[in-house]
Design a protein around this ligand. Structure first.
Ligand code: FES
Length: 116
């Protein structure tokens, strides 16, 4: 099991669970406007513990395209170990009234893993 901490609360999820889904299923209203396809960056989180040392090619390219640093895309990250994160964009603090299409259970697009 992986331990995920957000806002001081810790919950456990199965290893490999997509982080965006782990957050949402535990009551965190993180946005995922593209449905988890590394297209929108609204699922971005800041890590304070447990940031993975690898990332998908899709995540790396999208973060570079948007010139985003210090954040990771929760739709591109499988939960493992102990992770402490802060979602950056939430339904409750955005102009959206729902988070976006439900991401699939597996990482999309098919991951090509590269160093973070
Ligand atoms: S980049 Fe759109 S949901 Fe992750």
């Amino acid at each position: 099991m992986a331990q995920i901490t957000v806002d001081g609360d810790t919950f456990e999820v199965e290893d490999g669970t997509r982080l965006v889904l782990a957050l949402e299923s535990n009551g965190i209203d993180v946005l995922h406007r593209c449905g988890g396809h590394a297209g929108c960056t609204t699922c971005r989180v800041e890590f304070t513990e447990g940031e993975p040392g690898r990332m998908t090619r899709a995540e790396k390219d999208k973060l570079a395209d948007r010139e985003l640093t210090g954040v990771r895309l929760s739709c591109q990250i499988p939960c493992e170990g102990s992770m402490t994160v802060a979602p950056v964009m939430r339904v409750s603090t955005s102009a959206f009234d729902e988070p976006g299409p439900t991401p699939e259970d597996h990482i999309t697009p098919d991951p090509e893993w590269v160093d973070a």
